[in-house]
Design a binder for this molecule. Sequence first.
Ligand SMILES: CC(=O)SCCNC(=O)CCNC(=O)[C@H](O)C(C)(C)COP(=O)(O)OP(=O)(O)OC[C@H]1O[C@@H](n2cnc3c(N)ncnc32)[C@H](O)[C@@H]1OP(=O)(O)O
Ligand SMILES: O=C([O-])CC(=O)C(=O)O
Length: 376
Amino acid sequence: MGNTKKAGGAGLRGQSAGETKLCTVGKIGAGLTYRGYDVDDLATHATFYETAYLILHGKLPNQTELDAYKKKINALRGLPEAVKKTLELIPRTAHPMDVMRTGCSILGNVEGETDFSQQLDKADRLVAIFPSIICYWYKFVTEGVRIETASDIDGVGAHFLEMLHGKAPSELHARVMDVSLILYAEHEFNASTFTGRVVASTLSDIHSCVTASIGALRGPLHGGANEAAMALIEQWSSAEEAEAAIGEMLRTKQLIMGFGHAVYTERDPRNAIIKRWSEKLAEEVGDTVLYPVSCAVEKKMWDEKKLFPNADFFHASAYHFMGIPTELFTPIFVMSRVTGWTAHVMEQRENNRIIRPNADYTGPDTRKVGPIEERD
Ligand SMILES: CC(=O)SCCNC(=O)CCNC(=O)[C@H](O)C(C)(C)COP(=O)(O)OP(=O)(O)OC[C@H]1O[C@@H](n2cnc3c(N)ncnc32)[C@H](O)[C@@H]1OP(=O)(O)O
Ligand SMILES: O=C([O-])CC(=O)C(=O)O
């Protein structure tokens, strides 16, 4: 897939496609709240379990609810045999996002949603199981081992790191993963969520909705940008080199991955948060290249184009510093955004009408089918 520059078309930009109570970036795209709570506040004072509960269950949990929720999620981490067998058939050459998509789809076959009354339990199961799906496959194809995915470890992100690295993460890494999952959890009518809502609007099942959302998130203009941002920054060995290269890329009208946004105009509020954590991790690993390169790219992009990093950009260095392979970056986005996707599916179902906009037709006028021998 190439460096896809904007290909034209209005992309429905600036138009409302419906209502939601779940999240807003504000009227002018300047902030981010989940059910009224600022994302910065959540990233400072809450955990991903609390955020997931808020998004899916409608309120921040009290202590009793939180304890029960953690217990529930942690007990849902095991993989059914059919899912394991399917994952083992997927080759090493597959993109991990395709593994997530297939994992979700096969789960829908073996424990599908047969009644919408099951939707909340199905959503919780997906929150719990995505780290298991990706790590089971990854460890199988890279090391030939069948890992145990059941665990009592506290934290969805910590569970992922525990399976990936074969040991419990440090407190710092567990916290960074938790913050990352909070930041990625929900973002109103972004492309992958809107995809899921369209599927939900046909009264399809929740696994079909999420499988479709994963397909939409995979692209480099959306969730795939965190991997593309890593490929960008790891090319350079100094801030000066990066600055010069970005200047040249802008002159030749190339897209700089991890920058720009469809609804924010001056900044993505998630950037400052993940940037701070990336800096902390850079200090921890003694990095003198990747973080300064990232900062140089940020400065150059603002100075030259007034373009700012979106949520994906500093996630690249942060994940890298925690020893996460680049190809697993976008699957982490899935582990988090599944909360937003499934909450939107439920919201769509509450007051459903099939989503079916009009198209402005630009093709030829009506014409007759001529005999085949007279056609060009
Ligand atoms: C979590 C997320 O999904 S956030 C998004 C992640 N995606 C990326 O990081 C990919 C890179 N960014 C982009 O492709 C775009 O900025 C998008 C897809 C995020 C938003 O696209 P749009 O809303 O169409 O962008 P927008 O209309 O604001 O673009 C305005 C101008 O800035 C340019 N521009 C926007 N982003 C970038 C960029 N990252 N690099 C270079 N130029 C850019 C556009 O090409 C356009 O230039 P033009 O007027 O000469 O055609
Ligand atoms: O809202 C968007 O277009 C993309 C985005 O930032 C997200 O989904 O988190």
